[in-house]
Design a protein around this ligand. Structure first.
Ligand code: KG4
Ligand code: ZN
Length: 341
């Protein structure tokens, strides 16, 4: 590539859970390559991610994935401005593969290292395809491990308005899917089978907590589904899996939408960003699209490939850290329980 010096070229690396991914991003907007090696088929037979297997898989795939990302971008390490890597939250063994690898590469190439918070990166996935976003923004981050409503007032400036008190939305979808025998990861399976079901068939509870609260609670909603299934089993009845899936998906989406609308009312922010794996959910996107249009609020979400874990979102967040000169020391370590603020 020509005149690298005036360009900002970030290699982004993600290994926090079960995807080994690397991306090369030019000037924060031009995605030159994006490689994702998913371990889903490996973990599927266990019904969820097995941490020890995940870190071994990352060790196997890390170097080939990074090399492929550089090859596809037609670059070498010397062309990079910086290497950005997820350092938390996530599985410690998985994070360590990415952090150690990125450190070694950055040191050898003589380029800065940038430590990226995985939660922040999910939000920044929106900046990849929508560069004209204006602060203040509101973000609904819904992933397998987190459900947060966040006031995002400037780059790097977050206030958590509400978060889940127990299960994350994705976690609840995964657990219900597992009980229904739908496999892992559960969110996409629930979405798929719900298309054949009736969302009104079961009236599962919508946990809203105290009036005005922006916190979430999905554990009781999940238990209501499990209790319904157990009671039917004891009576010798078989319930329709598509109806259960559709009704539970509807309940989860209803809660997410109602809380998002409440946060919009309180903050008067005019743009809502969706982020995290559950942001790929079609019902959630369509319901919010419709409700927010009525209120003159703009809804922004990443393409599905940038909703679930990926290296492009790490490179995008890395670009904004790079502009601020926000680099990590060589002592950067994995922080499995890292929060957003
Ligand atoms: O962001 P992500 O890839 O990983 C974490 O950081 O947790 O999110 C994974 C979660 C899983 O719970 C998965 O079931 C859910 O996102 N998910 C979905 C969809 N695609 C992924 N949930 C609902 N509908 C989808 N289409
Ligand atoms: Zn994630």
């Amino acid at each position: 590539m020509e005149s690298q010096k005036s360009n900002v070229v970030i290699l982004g690396i993600e290994t926090s859970c079960d995807e080994t991914s690397a991306a090369v991003l030019l000037n924060g907007r031009d995605l030159r390559s994006h490689v994702i090696s998913s371990q889903i088929t490996t973990h599927q037979k266990y019904g969820g991610v097995v941490p020890e297997i995940a870190s071994r898989e990352h060790s196997l795939h890390f170097q080939p994935v990074v090399q492929q990302a550089l090859n596809e971008a037609k670059l070498t390490f010397r062309d990079l401005s910086a290497i950005a890597v997820t350092y938390g939250p996530g599985l410690v063994g998985s994070l360590l593969v990415g952090v150690s690898g990125a450190k070694a590469m950055a040191y050898a190439a003589g380029v800065p290292l940038i430590g990226i918070n995985h939660l922040e990166a999910h939000i920044y996935a929106n900046f990849l395809e929508h560069q004209d976003l204006k602060f203040p923004l509101l973000a609904l981050l819904v992933s397998g491990g987190h459900t947060h409503l966040i006031l995002f007032e400037a780059h790097g400036q977050y206030t958590v308005l509400g978060h889940t008190r127990d299960d994350a939305a994705g976690e609840a979808l995964d657990k219900v899917a597992r009980t229904l025998g739908l496999g892992y990861p559960g969110g996409p399976q629930i979405q798929r089978i719900a298309q054949e079901g009736d969302a009104q068939a079961f009236n599962f509870p919508r946990a809203m907590l105290e009036p005005g609260s922006l916190d979430f609670s999905f554990s009781g909603m999940k238990s209501a589904v499990l209790n319904t299934l157990n009671s039917a089993r004891m009576r010798g009845e078989t319930l329709s899996v598509p109806d259960i899936a559709a009704s539970f998906q509807q309940a989860v989406v209803d809660v997410l939408v109602r809380k998002a609308l409440l946060a919009i009312k309180e903050t008067r922010v005019k743009t809502l960003l969706l982020a995290g794996g559950v942001a790929a959910n079609r019902l959630l996107r369509e319901t919010l699209d419709h409700k927010l249009a009525e209120k003159g609020v703009c809804l922004v979400y990443p393409s599905p490939i940038f909703c679930t874990d990926n290296g492009a979102m790490i490179a995008t967040a890395g670009y904004y850290h790079y502009l601020k000169g926000d680099f990590a020391p060589w002592t950067l370590n994995a922080v499995p329980g890292l929060g957003l603020v």
